[in-house]
Design a protein around this ligand. Structure first.
Ligand SMILES: Nc1ncnc2c1ncn2[C@@H]1O[C@H](COP(=O)(O)OP(=O)(O)OP(=O)(O)O)[C@@H](O)[C@H]1O
Length: 585
């Protein structure tokens, strides 16, 4: 049975873990930090200087991981941000300008470049190619500027920087900064934001359908990634002693990708491990064994990518079973409805009862020369269960996409619970109460079923107790959702939608691909949901047996318009429907 619970002050909302860092993260973090801090007291000056470079590179790789690993955004020009930080320090020393002001300017410039670049990439839907090209383009531009502004930057010769007198002192300062940046980022990625980021990067479609704005979340991660890379560059400059236009080059941008892939993405340790190992290897073996060293590195890279795609830090995953990706345990739900809101909430729902769940007027949509929808008018009463039928290509999925916000109508008005929703993005319509199931179930395949349901609950406006039939999925933390059979993946998608407390559910052939028993069970569940919660259902369906079982009303779409709307028996007897849809005169 589905129970909607308004969360009250002090009510027991299932927690998903303690806030902040847990012991299993904090203890190794402190141990590694202590070991690194002790390094200057036991290692030679050369080794400490090497470690210093390794740490700078590690922080750079960590910055890239926020973009490539965490946000799923591949950048092949991250040296732009690193170089801006390095030049800020070099310029401040060369011209006697205040270093803090220059670093702040470099950070602002990095974020100012990163935000439009990632926005353009994300606007294309498939961001990888535009993002790769744009980030390379920015690197080349900055390299050109650093080369040609000779008076300012020293041109191709670059600028020398006097390092700290004591290598150990600089190393320790760097360690504190690197630890602070890493700790802050770790806290952020283990928070609710981290959970949103996982959803936005792994399945933007489902993320939006859960109420997350995937573009905003991924933009924030990319901007943070650029800022961390800039800080890394600023720390690198005094350790390297020279900053030249080469720093913006593709060589460094691709090296950092290799450090990260080798060390392990989506990890705190991985980027540092990869960068320190390769930097130390390069310093110790690079000059004497140059060719062999590069060959060995390439072989190691291929081996790691083949055997342990999660990199050295994730090598244990080769032997352990279970999902490779986990939702941050510290992320806890923050339901918007509380005691204080109850009256307001009740009023909202009372109002909703009087308003149509969905009202469409004059909806038109064309794809190129093809007019798919030619003026759809449709009103669906609150709490009704409506099946949308029509011949193949009639535009049923297109209409569902327009209601959900995935597609924009060329003209016409969409009202959801009385709110003009035509200009709202998907995640804002979810906040109005829209939930959507797709023809091919859309879940986060790399997460466990339990984490999928947790994610939906994290974002939901109130706590929903799922029916007992979903207990198996809500507790299944053992494997990835992609291993589930189709029927269970569909149930999981339904559980996620239900956990979001929908008031209008849009379903596109929910029983497609299911066996008769699974299909019957799903339809029964949908009917139950609609009856118990008063949720309105709009279901695209071809199977007339399902339509008969499910529908209070049937809407027939033909030739881009609604030609009939009413109970199934009336529809079946309608001559226009029989001619258009059933082909019977
Ligand atoms: N993104 C798109 N670009 C171009 N044409 C499209 C696009 N989406 C849909 N169409 C076209 O619009 C028409 C309606 O498609 P739609 O999927 O909405 O129909 P449908 O009624 O759901 O069909 P079916 O029952 O076969 O799923 C089809 O001719 C389809 O080829």
């Amino acid at each position: 049975m589905l129970v909607i619970t308004q969360v009250r002050h002090g009510a027991a909302v299932p927690r998903t873990g303690g806030r902040g860092l847990r012991l299993n993260v904090a203890v190794p973090f402190v141990l590694i930090l202590v070991l690194l801090a002790a390094a200057p007291f036991g290692l030679s000056t050369f080794a400490v200087a090497t470690l210093t470079l390794g740490l700078c590179n590690g922080l750079f790789a960590y910055g890239l991981d926020l973009s490539w690993g965490r946000a799923g955004l591949l950048s092949v020009g991250h040296a732009s941000f690193f170089g801006l930080g390095a030049y800020a320090v070099a310029l401040s020393q060369e011209h006697g300008w205040p270093p803090a002001a220059l670093l702040a300017l470099a950070l602002l410039t990095s974020v100012g470049i990163a935000v439009p670049v990632v926005r353009i990439g994300l606007a294309s839907g498939v961001p990888d190619a535009p993002l790769i090209l744009l980030t390379i383009g920015v690197s080349l531009l900055l390299q050109h500027a650093a080369t040609s502004l000779t008076d300012l930057t020293g041109g191709t010769n670059g600028l020398s920087i006097g390092g700290s007198d004591t290598v150990s002192m600089y190393y320790l300062t760097l360690l504190v900064v690197a630890a602070t940046v890493a700790l802050t980022s770790v806290t952020v990625v283990r928070s609710r934001f981290g959970a949103r980021l996982i959803a936005a990067s792994r399945n933007p479609e489902r993320a939006a359908q859960t109420g997350i704005d995937p573009v905003r979340v991924r933009t924030a991660a990319f901007a943070a990634s650029a800022a961390v890379s800039t800080v890394a560059g600023a720390l690198y400059a005094p350790a390297a002693g020279l900053v030249s236009p080469q720093i913006f080059g593709l060589g460094l941008s691709t090296s950092v990708l290799v450090w990260l892939a080798l060390g392990g993405r989506n990890s705190t340790l991985g980027p540092f491990l990869g960068a320190i190992l390769i930097t130390a290897g390069g310093q110790m073996l690079g000059s004497t064994w140059q060719g062999w060293y590069v060959l060995g590195l390439a072989a190691l890279f291929v081996l790691v990518v083949q055997v342990a795609p999660a990199g050295l830090a994730g090598i244990s995953q080769v032997w352990t079973r279970g999902p490779a990706l986990k939702l941050p345990p510290a992320a806890a739900p923050r339901h918007r409805k509380t005691d204080a809101d109850t009256e307001e909430g009740d009023t909202e729902e009372d109002d909703a009862e009087e308003t149509a769940a969905l009202s469409l007027q004059g909806i038109r949509k064309s794809f190129g020369p093809v007019d798919v929808l030619r003026g759809v008018d449709l009103t669906i009463g609150n709490g009704r269960c409506v099946c949308l039928i029509g011949p193949n290509g009639a535009g049923k999925s297109t209409l569902l996409g327009i209601v959900a916000g995935q597609l924009t109508a060329d003209t016409g008005e969409v009202r959801i619970f009385g709110v003009a929703a035509g200009g709202l993005p998907v995640h804002d319509r979810v906040r109005l109460g829209v939930g959507r199931m797709f023809q091919i179930p859309s879940v986060l395949t790399e997460l466990s079923p339990a984490d999928n349901t947790r994610l939906a609950r994290l974002i939901a406006p109130r706590h929903i107790e799922l029916p007992a039939e979903y207990d198996d999925l809500a507790r299944d933390d053992t494997g990835e959702a992609k291993a589930l059979p189709l029927a269970d993946r569909r149930r999981l998608e339904l559980a996620m939608v239900l956990a979001g407390a929908p008031r209008l559910m849009l379903l596109d052939e929910p029983a497609a691909g299911l066996g008769p028993d699974d299909a019957r069970a799903l339809i029964r569940e949908l009917k139950d949901v609609s009856r118990r919660t008063g949720c309105t259902l709009l279901v695209v369906e071809h199977d007339m047996a399902i339509v008969r079982e499910l529908a209070d009303d049937v809407v027939v779409l033909h030739d881009g318009r609604v030609i009939a709307h009413g109970p199934m028996d009336e529809i079946a007897a309608d001559p226009a429907v029989r001619e258009a849809y059933l082909g019977v005169h």
